[in-house]
Design a protein around this ligand. Structure first.
Ligand code: GUN
Length: 285
């Protein structure tokens, strides 16, 4: 039976450490980290995520500036708000919850965020810095995956890592991070022939496709580490991951559940990026 990677517990201990960082920063520099949280429209999942992010900020002592805009908001209006937030010295990080309504071009909005406040790590500058190994904000979910591996003592060096999914938010950046950590990385997607055979080679599996229990237990190599990034809502309202957790647990050495694995880590890393940004603003990082 696999060891369960408890993302909730690991994220809690990260947030507790970060609380001290925030207190120290306030004491040394009289700076309180600030995160602008922008939500456009009424997407129920986005509302839940935004609420959790604001709650985590409050817990560690970060001020969150909430901007909840109507689903009719125009691109020009949102760009104007981003411009204001870019210039606001109280705001160290800007989070625009995705997806945005169809009248707004997401990439235009992401590109308008100052890379210095891009705590989501979605700006092409941040993505380029990750690709080339330069300084910049790492996107929170993939960074959370890497933290889970680190805390669990799974060093990617020399290992075969298979990433299922090629999104800009998870698949591509986590592949870059694993590569930087000296894994041999394969990125799979919907057109990959015989996905099962590819996954069977993997010492580390990162599943980020968004399809409930698509990764079957017998795809997992004995002793592999499995990180499940998927959070899928089933018809009965319950949540499940991209991996058939029960069957995969029979073969994996360690596995992260969903919910309770990567999700809480995403929020912890967002909090961490915001604090780092605040530190940078006063020359401390
Ligand atoms: N939508 C899904 N995941 C994310 C995330 O990590 N950040 C933002 N801003 N939107 C998302």
């Amino acid at each position: 039976m696999a060891r369960i990677i408890d993302g909730k517990k690991i994220a809690l201990s990260i947030r507790q450490e970060l609380k001290n960082d925030v207190a120290e920063l306030e004491q040394q520099k009289q700076v309180v980290p600030g995160l602008a949280v922008v939500l456009v429209g009424l997407d129920p999942a986005s509302q839940v995520y935004v609420r959790m992010k604001k709650k985590a900020c409050a817990e560690v002592g970060i001020t969150s500036f909430s901007h909840e805009l109507s689903s009719e908001t125009s691109e020009v209006e949102l760009l104007k708000l981003i411009d204001q937030l870019n210039q606001d010295p109280m705001v160290h990080g800007i989070l625009v919850q995705l997806p945005l309504p169809s009248q707004i071009d997401e990439s235009k909005i992401i590109e308008a965020i100052s890379p210095a406040k891009d705590v989501d790590g979605f700006h092409p500058y941040s993505a380029g810095q990750l690709m080339t190994g330069g300084p910049g904000f790492w996107p929170c979910t993939p960074w959370g995956v890497m933290e889970l591996l680190r805390v669990e003592g799974v060093d990617p060096k020399g290992k075969s890592a298979v990433v299922i999914g090629r999104s800009n938010i998870v698949g591509k950046p986590v592949a870059m991070m694993l590569l930087a950590a000296h894994a041999t990385v394969t990125i799979c997607h919907s057109r990959t022939p015989d996905l099962a055979a590819v996954v069977r080679q993997a010492d580390i599996v990162v599943a980020a496709v968004g399809r409930p229990r698509m990764v079957k237990g017998d795809w997992i190599k004995e002793g592999a580490t499995v990180i499940d990034v998927g959070t899928n809502r089933l018809d009965d309202g319950s949540l499940c991951g991209d991996v058939d957790f029960v069957a995969a647990s029979e073969r994996a050495a360690a596995i992260s559940p969903s919910p309770g694995g990567v999700g809480p880590m995403t929020i912890a890393m967002l909090v961490k990026n915001t604090i780092v940004s605040a530190k940078k603003s006063c020359g401390l990082a």
